[in-house]
Write a protein that binds this ligand. Structure first.
Ligand code: SF4
Length: 447
């Protein structure tokens, strides 16, 4: 019999897919008798789900392990995720780590732990790791227990695209899809447990394929699944957004009118060097079709600055495309050289100061885009799913098109979907009041 007081804290770095997997791991730990505690609190077990997309993310992982061992020196430390897959030697040297689990075995991590009442630090880490990851379908050992009102639902893993800057094909392996029946079952279960929105997650979602059934077939089945109110797809590669998908998004009120489609660069030479599978023209055409087909579309993108060979002219092309397109927000990343990738051998053209300046220009543009997007909503009424808690005195929620909405003066909104009339905008939020309640004065906010 395991005791129930052995504490476990989990922490996630990186993408939405990692967050979905951490929710699954948390459920596995709970079932094994661990008591989950907030990350940062004293703990007996740390499970760190790492990211390797940038050097910075790796550094943060090492720092968080040291920080946890400072307040919990006897904590058993288990590390998984992309950095555990690609940076195994560095992690072994780090010290204080007891278990390293590569991606292939990630979701079995709870079964590699000693029983909750026999957890003890080791002199050297046990390693569960393989370089070759299966191309087969996969299943998940537990259903996730998400801690937000928007529940991530993992449907796909891995990527075979080999963009020249990206470590993900090395860390997560080739594309694999989850069994469609399992996805439907988990979606149904999430709906039954009260989650109002599910977010389909994967590394390369548009490549979903199980027994001849693609992402559109899956969406059609999810649309018919009882108990689900909102279905959102997370980041999706431009080459995999078909007209059929756009028509589906436009055709059902369950599907959120929202797309996050990475562009990376607005310059064809850079796109080619990145080994992206699309040209600028193809991306522009896609966005034109998406905006025409899907009313009230919220549109986000990823942009990379400082990729090898990015001249001032190439950067200006990116800036011009990002300015022209109707993005509601931009995610801007500096290029980070990653081991094993093709771009590592390419010559860098811009100095760190130039890269910083280019990033700052795009970030400013991103703020302006977000503000304009929020301003466009003034006078409209949005259906808002509210999160728990408050920020700066506001309760916050999210509209189907990913508008972040803030309201004041109402207490009981968590996990409720309410119509909100938008009355004001900042680059952080669209501010409003619940349409069915008494309007409250809008406070002055500190940004
Ligand atoms: S599509 Fe390219 S950037 Fe995206 S995960 Fe695959 S290799 Fe990485």
């Amino acid at each position: 019999m395991t005791k129930t007081s052995t504490r476990a804290s989990l922490h996630t770095l990186g993408c939405r897919l990692n967050h979905a997997e951490t929710a699954v791991l948390g459920e596995g730990l709970r079932q094994r008798g661990f008591q989950l505690v907030e990350f940062g609190r004293p703990t007996d077990l740390l499970v760190l789900n790492t990211c390797a997309v940038t050097e910075d993310a790796e550094r943060t992982s090492r720092y968080l392990i040291r920080k946890t061992l400072k307040h919990s020196p006897h904590a058993f430390v288990a590390v998984t995720g992309c950095y555990a897959q690609t940076g195994i030697e560095g992690l072994k040297r780090q010290g204080g780590i007891d278990l390293i689990v590569g991606h292939q075995f990630k979701l079995d991590l709870p079964s590699y732990l000693p029983p909750a009442d026999a957890l003890q630090k080791r002199t050297s880490p046990e390693v569960r790791h393989t370089k070759t990851m299966s191309r087969e379908e996969f299943d998940l050992p537990y259903f996730g227990e998400p801690d937000s009102t928007r529940a991530p639902l993992k449907i796909q893993d891995g990527c075979s695209a080999m963009c020249s800057f990206c470590i993900i094909p090395f860390s997560r392996g080739h594309e694999r899809s989850r069994r469609l029946e399992d996805i439907l079952e988990e979606a149904h279960s999430l709906g039954a447990r009260g989650y109002r929105e599910i977010v389909l997650t994967g590394v390369n979602l548009g490549q979903y394929l199980h027994n001849g059934r693609d992402l559109c077939s899956l969406l059609r089945q999810l649309d018919r699944t009882a108990g689900l109110e909102r279905i959102r797809i997370s980041s999706i590669e431009p080459t995999t957004v078909s007209d059929e998908l756009l028509d589906l998004l436009a055709g059902s009120s369950k599907f959120c009118p929202y797309l996050h489609i990475p562009l990376q660069s607005g310059d064809d030479h850079i796109l080619m060097a990145m080994n992206r599978r699309h040209s600028v023209r193809a991306y522009l055409d896609l966005i034109e079709r998406a905006v025409a087909k899907v009313p009230h579309l919220g549109l986000g993108t990823d942009l990379m600055v400082g990729f090898p060979g990015e001249t001032e002219a190439a950067f200006r092309n990116t800036l011009a495309v990002a300015t022209d397109l109707p993005f509601s927000y931009l995610h801007v990343f500096p290029y980070s050289p990653r081991p094993g990738t093709a771009a590592l051998r390419m010559k860098r053209a811009a100095t760190p100061a130039t890269v910083k300046k280019r990033g700052a220009l795009l970030l400013d543009l991103g703020h302006a885009k977000r503000l304009a997007f929020h301003q466009k909503q003034i006078g409209t009424t949005l259906s808002v799913l509210f999160e728990a808690g408050t920020q700066d005195g506001y309760r916050q929620g999210c509209a189907p098109n990913f508008t972040k909405v803030a309201v004041t003066g109402v207490d009981d909104l968590r996990n409720r979907i309410e119509p909100v009339t938008i009355t004001a905008a900042t680059d952080r939020w669209a501010i409003g009041h619940p349409a069915l309640r008494q309007p409250m004065p809008t406070p002055v906010i500190q940004l």
